[in-house]
Write a protein that binds this ligand. Structure first.
Ligand SMILES: Nc1ccn([C@@H]2O[C@H](COP(=O)(O)OP(=O)(O)OP(=O)(O)O)[C@@H](O)[C@H]2O)c(=O)n1
Ligand SMILES: [Ca+2]
Length: 495
């Protein structure tokens, strides 16, 4: 018994040495984990900025993007910090006083100076991309077009930002960068999984872009864009239809219904009771309307609504020409289009219109029915129901809804089955869907061709593993001490 008590008293677990070892072990583990956590903790977040002006046919918008400075090549990292809508029309409407085009941008550029921290002003790249309105102006009058671009350049150069140029982007770029934007924001590019096609409807042009594995893409080089992003290859089909944005399509539809000399036009695409006097020249004042231009201006007519959706669609169908298809398949106007591969995101005016008409989640048949009902509602009732909506927009929704229906089905060949693959979207994770983000990502080389190397474990996983291994080592150490120590003490006792 006395021997046993002696053994217990001499038990190494109770000795000061073991307590010391335990304390030291725990301290070492805590120090190790703290060092690992502190070493890997993200530094105080620093942000970088980029500004892109979308000079559209109907208006200009200034987008400010922001991203963490040390994560430039991570997909999904750049987001929209602010959008400023320029007051007044698009820059192409300043053809009679080009210098005012630049002036119109000043208020939004001042706002941008407040949204980007002062210390970042000088390094913040500033781009302006002009789309279909300026493409049309350059066709009409190259000289005036250059003056407008010169005027916006002068104002943008006077800002504290790093001005990188103002230019008209091609329809191909507009389509492809819209596609990059939505797939970047959806985080689909890095995963290399399926992508989403992009449908963009502006005032003067419309774009369709989708990834395809079609062998037949060789059929039309001008509709093909290839990208290598994050180690994945993409073959995109893209086409921009100039003059098929919703404002130009409206002019086309009206022009083919109007006969110069007639004092009124009975239009099925406007609600019954709608009646406005128009000048013929306002309808024909566009390079999109080729035939039937009156020699003399000054004729006017009364534009009267008739409110009939199916007749409206018949009228719209006539603006899609069918000159024959020189390829294996075509959309319209003899333009090549491989079989559509969804899903699709439809944005800009596709969204504005379908959202207003409450048609963002209906079947194709449901959409047709609702359009019939909307168009046959008398104009005074429509105005009563939507007192806060701009009258110009309101008057055009019957046309616009039918145009979208016709463009997607008669034009791009969506069917009742494939209609459901279209999602009408405005924003993805807080950033607007549109070409501007993709444009900036491309010009700042923020999407690498090859996937960047990343550590095998995420930060949290790394710390947890470190902690676990340290504990295992410590426990093993304690067990070895426990099993070795008594033997040593016993031996000492014998001696
Ligand atoms: N709340 C809104 C805002 C805009 N619009 C319409 O949407 C079209 C403009 O769409 P947008 O994408 O802004 O066109 P732009 O970029 O100006 O034109 P484009 O891309 O052809 O240069 C115009 O017909 C405008 O009347 C609308 O119906 N409802
Ligand atoms: Ca646009």
């Amino acid at each position: 018994m006395a021997e046993q008590r002696e053994m217990k008293e001499k038990n190494p677990w109770h000795s000061a040495v073991v307590i010391l070892i335990t304390v030291l072990g725990i301290t070492a583990i805590v120090a190790l984990v703290t060092t690992a956590v502190l070493q890997n903790k993200p530094l105080l977040q620093k942000y970088k900025y980029g500004i892109v002006l979308d000079a559209g046919s109907s208006h200009t918008a200034v987008y400010i993007y922001e991203w963490p400075a040390e994560k430039e090549n991570d997909t999904g990292r750049v987001h929209q910090k602010h959008i400023c809508k320029v007051l007044g029309p698009g820059i192409s409407s300043y053809s009679h006083s080009p210098e005012l085009a630049g002036e119109s941008l000043r208020t939004c550029m001042k706002q941008a100076e407040r949204f980007v921290p002062i210390r970042r002003h000088r390094e913040t790249p500033l781009y302006l991309g002009a789309t279909a309105g300026m493409r049309l102006l350059s066709m009409e009058n190259q000289n005036v077009c250059d003056q407008v671009l010169g005027s916006v350049e002068k104002v943008l150069r006077s800002t504290p930002f790093s001005y990188q140029g103002a230019r008209i982007i091609s329809g191909q770029e507009e389509g492809a960068f819209g596609w990059i934007t939505i797939n970047y924001l959806d985080d689909r590019l890095k995963q290399g999984s399926g992508t989403t096609g992009a449908l963009d409807l502006g005032g003067a042009s419309t774009q369709i872009t989708f990834a395809t594995n079609q062998e037949g893409m060789g059929e039309s080089a001008e509709n093909t864009v290839t990208f290598r992003l994050y180690g994945n290859d993409y073959i995109l089909y893209t086409h921009s239809f100039l003059c098929y944005g919703k404002d130009q399509a409206l002019k086309k539809t009206l022009a083919q219904q109007a006969q110069v000399g007639n004092s009124s036009v009975l239009d099925p695409c406007f609600n019954e009771g709608y009646s406005v006097d128009r000048n013929y020249s306002s309808v024909y004042s566009s390079p999109c309307i080729m035939a039937g231009k009156p020699l003399e201006t000054g004729y006017s007519f009364t534009h009267i609504g008739k409110g009939d959706a199916s007749q409206c669609q018949q009228a719209i169908r006539r603006i899609f020409t069918n000159p024959g298809c020189n390829f294996s398949r075509c959309s319209f106007n003899g333009v090549y289009q491989p079989p559509i591969q969804g899903p699709f995101g439809a944005f800009s005016a596709f969204y504005f219109v379908m959202n207003f008409l409450n048609l963002t989640s209906d079947s194709l048949e449901g959409t047709r029915e609702k359009m019939e009902r909307y168009c046959s509602t008398p104009w005074h009732q429509i105005k009563q129901q939507h007192p806060g909506v701009k009258e110009k927009y309101l008057a055009e929704y019957c046309f616009s809804g039918n145009y979208i229906l016709s463009l997607l089905t008669d034009g791009y060949k969506f069917t009742s089955e494939t209609w459901s693959t279209i999602t009408f979207i405005k924003k993805i994770s807080g950033s607007d869907a549109g070409w501007t983000l993709g444009y900036m990502l491309n010009l700042t080389n923020m999407i690498p061709a090859e996937a960047p190397d990343s550590p095998p474990l995420p930060h949290a996983g790394y710390v947890t593993l470190l902690l676990f291994i340290s504990l295992v080592i410590f426990v093993i150490f304690l067990f070895s001490v426990k099993s070795l120590w008594p033997r040593c003490t016993t031996q000492t006792q014998i001696i």
